[in-house]
Design a protein around this ligand. Structure first.
Ligand SMILES: Cc1cc2nc3c(=O)[nH]c(=O)nc-3n(C[C@H](O)[C@H](O)[C@H](O)COP(=O)(O)OP(=O)(O)OC[C@H]3O[C@@H](n4cnc5c(N)ncnc54)[C@H](O)[C@@H]3O)c2cc1C
Length: 414
């Protein structure tokens, strides 16, 4: 198949989510940069299609769409479907490592399974440049590739995948889980697994939204590294995702600055990454530091960093700030249900429910909840969205598989 062609300006806010979606979905595309005079960079050709801050995509069948939405692209690629069954054995929300693993195991064990994903396959892991600590990949594997392999495996076993679908409301009655999707469709299943993970947190700066995708990015998608060539790049956060991004981006950027609040990395970063970032001459770690202000004319141009140890405030010129400071669980859909959450919104499951004050009042079975089962029988949670989860690819994959075993037990009761 011919490649997709994506035309746009390097810093355009409209082009970033498209580039990120294509990369995370492992769609091979040719990036063709257009400069401010609507000329294709390096080629001297005029591109009359693009007004300021526009982009265009040319599909292999030659259809050209100016300013496409991600949905238009997914539809064109044949990735947006409607549920085909009136009732599924299992619906899974979220196609990160936990949801993909659950889908593969469920379908391979004969359950009629549907997997619903709001953004792109792979979840957070899909944004990772190189996962090096997942068993079986001694040279590491990119998150997007891992997700694509799992997607193919799930399809092989007959999972239905609903991409760009979002579960927004759940109702549990007559041993059925009825879910309203954002599209207006309804999905009915006998059991469900919530694997909706977490969403990146912001810095809460007053003008942060103004620079969203115009220099300020949540997460550090590996696909952006080549757009940082020769630049000073700032990555906020001291966790594994920040460390991994710093290490990868250092191969492209002039200098990568890691901005961390604490005075050391050991508390938050895996040992192998601590060694890697501290020994990398291209990475500067700004300890005891926080980003306090953002400035720029439409695009981000500079940031102010406060050092809590010295009390100093310093302005740094940069057009790239990647925020990797963890996030909040995607559980708003459960707010109006009897599913018990902790105070941060994580779903409480299994034996962790027993000590919760609301548990006795809402649990309807004369058995105890299964491992990974929420306070609603038949509704399970796996991966980062779960209270007390280990925030790792392997544990998410493991929980996805384990949740399916519990689903079998539950279905046998019906
Ligand atoms: C950049 C980065 C690098 C990382 N590197 C590593 C690593 O090297 N090793 C490691 O072990 N861990 C790593 N992690 C952590 C690891 O990726 C996570 O622990 C793991 O992805 C969690 O998987 P999950 O399936 O629980 O959730 P997620 O990966 O968060 O996936 C949740 C999915 O649910 C979707 N969703 C949300 N709400 C809805 C809804 N209402 N309906 C439908 N879908 C919805 C989201 O769009 C998302 O795709 C990294 C994380 C990041 C961000």
């Amino acid at each position: 198949m011919d490649k997709l062609k994506l035309f746009g300006r390097r810093d355009s806010a409209v082009v970033y989510p498209i580039r990120e979606f294509l990369r995370r979905s492992v769609v091979d595309f040719e990036w063709i940069e257009v400069n401010n005079d609507n000329r294709i960079v390096d080629d001297g050709m005029v591109s009359p299609l693009l007004s300021k801050d526009a982009c265009a995509i040319q599909f292999p069948d030659d259809e050209l769409v100016v300013n496409p939405t991600v949905e238009q692209i997914a539809r064109h690629l044949g990735w947006i479907n409607k549920p085909t069954q009136a009732v599924y054995d299992l619906s899974i929300y979220g196609a990160g490592p936990a949801g993909l693993s659950a889908a593969v195991y469920a379908a391979s064990e004969g359950l009629k399974t549907i997997l619903v994903e709001k953004v792109a396959m792979g979840g957070q892991a899909g944004t990772s440049s190189l996962i090096e600590n997942y068993m079986g990949f001694p040279k590491g594997i990119s998150g997007a590739e891992l997700a694509e392999r799992a997607r193919q495996q799930a399809l092989k076993f007959g999972v239905e995948i609903l991409l760009l679908g979002e579960g927004i409301k759940g109702d549990f009655s007559n041993n059925r889980i009825n879910v309203d999707l954002a599209s207006g469709d309804k999905l009915v299943a006998k059991a469900n697994i919530c694997a909706t993970g977490v969403e990146y947190a912001s810095l809460n700066l007053h003008n942060e939204r103004d620079f969203f995708n115009k220099g300020v990015y949540y997460g550090a998608g590996a696909g952006e590294a080549c757009f940082c060539t020769g630049e000073d790049v700032f990555i906020v956060g001291g966790g594994n995702s920040a460390g991994q991004a710093a290490s990868y981006f250092s191969g492209f950027a002039k200098t990568v600055y890691m901005v961390i609040r604490k005075s050391n990395l050991a508390e938050t970063l895996s040992d192998y990454l601590v060694k890697r970032v501290t020994h990398n001459p291209n990475i500067v770690i700004l300890y005891n530091s926080e980003v306090k202000e953002l400035e720029g004319d439409n695009l981000l141009q500079r940031i102010k960093i406060f050092n809590s140890e010295t009390g100093e405030e310093t302005w740094h010129e940069t057009g790239k700030l990647f925020i990797c400071i963890g996030g909040k669980p995607n559980t708003h859909w459960a707010d109006a249900t009897p599913i018990i959450q902790d105070r941060n919104g994580y779903l409480i499951t299994g034996s962790d429910l027993l000590s919760h004050t609301d548990f006795k009042g809402c649990w309807t079975k004369d058995r105890l909840p299964y491992h990974l089962e929420t306070s609603v029988p038949g509704s399970f949670a796996a991966g980062d969205v779960r209270f007390n989860s280990v925030k790792r690819v392997a544990s998410a994959v493991g929980e996805g598989a384990m949740a399916v075993t519990m689903v079998h037990k539950y279905l046998a009761e019906l």
